[in-house]
Design a protein around this ligand. Structure first.
Ligand code: DLL
Length: 433
């Protein structure tokens, strides 16, 4: 079995990896200093110049970058290459207000697809395989990223995108898909649907690559059982490229971060202090090979632990644990990033008071998303038909903002418990971390 896509890189010695990182970091810092006034300003404010960065040991001198910086710079403010050299954008699932737009040169896409090809090869993928990509295609990075990786490996690629479960199962069985790529929730749903349709025996799947949202070991076991596969985790974020920033190998014991492209740090989210390997904190990435949109010390808000112990698979790149939560209030519901502030903005716009509660749960491996909303007094006295219309309008406005459907429950005025301290806006009953 071909185990590695780029063995000389994936199994390079720690000294070699450090040498790549040192050299590439110095070059990258110069690149952003020369080409991105926003970075230069941030560095100047911190009193750092490219001459101060001689190796990864100097990384800590550089300023952090956050989602707020990205919003401030929307859309072109962090672009480090002329627009005519860019060939693609991708974007986070989110709203107009919160959207992050990432740019790619052809070279950036090439390296990103290499990362995804490493992930596919790590689960046993070869050109003999049929790889069904059921992540969403479009602005979301999941579909395009794994699609590109699958091409690179030489698998027969089924670009299914998400949804239309009957068709997914039909192609999966008719074309004998052997590798499935989608969110873990969708994998669980596909497993259940295959069982209901009596198709389980017809499946040829051997492995699945599931990420973009948190999932537990129990869920892994459920999926492995229902689809008869080994289920592997994959991690990434739009800002850093997309899926494939890190991926699980056969050991299924943490995700290898592609350290020839990304330098990972763990920091204390409150103080910004860099923490030693093995300590839990916020994951920060520096892209050292990206050309168009090179994030330097980007704070992911994902809480995580790094592990440098030798891995049984032979890869030498550091492993990250499954993210253990977030240091901001972002929720990932049905694979979509949702901020409570977006929901609040829609409520206010639709004439509702900001008294609401978001309730998220996971039932049979599928996320449920309910929002209890208090009606203003005038609305409460309206007829039932008027209230139903209002409810439908609110569901539609929320769908337009978030991209997913929430079950809205309009409640009598003052029926949501008031808190004496911080309002409890989110009740997340999923035990993901
Ligand atoms: O979710 C990219 C991706 C696509 C990853 C397909 C894996 C597979 P965003 O929409 O920008 O990008 O969301 C990024 O999702 O900061 C994490 O909080 C969360 N996340 C991604 N992968 C995992 C995972 C894509 N394996 C945000 N486990 C990240 C837990 C994950 N959380």
């Amino acid at each position: 079995m071909t185990k590695y896509y780029q063995p000389e890189i994936e199994c390079a010695s720690p000294e070699q990896i450090k040498a790549w990182q040192d050299e590439r970091l110095v070059k990258q810092v110069k690149h952003v200093w020369d080409n991105v006034p926003y970075y230069r300003k941030k560095m100047e404010e911190k009193g750092v110049t490219p001459e101060d960065i001689k190796s990864t040991a100097d990384l800590h001198k550089l300023p952090f970058l956050t989602k707020d910086d990205l919003r401030e710079c929307y859309p072109y403010g962090l672009l480090a290459k002329p627009l005519e050299e860019c060939v693609r954008i991708q974007s986070t699932s989110g709203t107009t207000g919160k959207r992050v737009v990432a740019f790619y040169t052809q070279h950036d896409i090439d390296l990103w697809e290499d990362c995804c090809a490493r992930a596919i090869t790590a689960v046993g993928g070869t050109k003999e395989d049929v790889c069904q990509v059921s992540y969403g295609y479009g602005l979301f990075t999941g579909g395009p990223g794994l699609n590109g990786g699958s091409h690179k490996v030489g698998c027969l690629t089924l670009p299914m995108s998400s949804g239309n479960t009957d068709r997914q199962l039909q192609f999966m069985t008719d074309l004998g898909a052997t590798i499935l790529c989608c969110t873990p929730s969708y994998a669980a749903y596909l497993g259940e649907s295959a069982k209901e349709a009596g198709l389980t025996d017809k499946l040829k799947l051997k492995a699945g690559i599931f990420g973009a949202e948190a999932w537990t070991q129990e869920m892994r076991r459920d999926i492995e059982k229902s689809l008869g596969i080994k289920a592997y985790d994959i991690y990434g974020l739009t800002e850093i490229s997309g899926p494939g920033v890190s991926f699980e190998c056969e050991a299924q014991a943490g995700m290898h971060i592609n350290e020839d492209h990304f330098i990972a740090e763990i920091i204390n989210p409150d103080t910004g202090e860099v923490l030693p390997d093995g300590e839990k904190g916020e994951l920060v990435f520096t892209c050292i090979t990206k050309e168009a949109f090179p994030m330097i010390r980007y704070r992911t808000k994902d809480i995580c632990v790094l592990n440098r112990e030798k891995c049984a698979c032979g890869r030498t790149h550091v492993r990250m644990a499954k993210p253990m939560g977030r240091s901001d209030d972002m929720l990932i519901i049905k694979g979509v990033n949702v901020f409570p502030s977006q929901i609040e903005a829609v409520l206010l716009e639709q004439g509702f008071p900001p008294n609401y509660q978001i309730i998220v749960d996971r039932v049979n491996n599928v996320d449920t998303f309910d929002i209890n909303v208090e009606m203003p007094l005038e609305m409460f006295s309206d007829t039932v038909r008027d209230v139903t219309t209002k409810e439908k309008e609110l569901v539609a406005a929320l769908k337009a903002m978030l991209g997913i459907v929430a079950k809205v429950h309009l409640m009598a005025p003052k029926s949501i418990a008031r808190s004496e301290g911080k309002a409890v806006r989110v009740v997340d009953k999923r035990k993901l971390f």
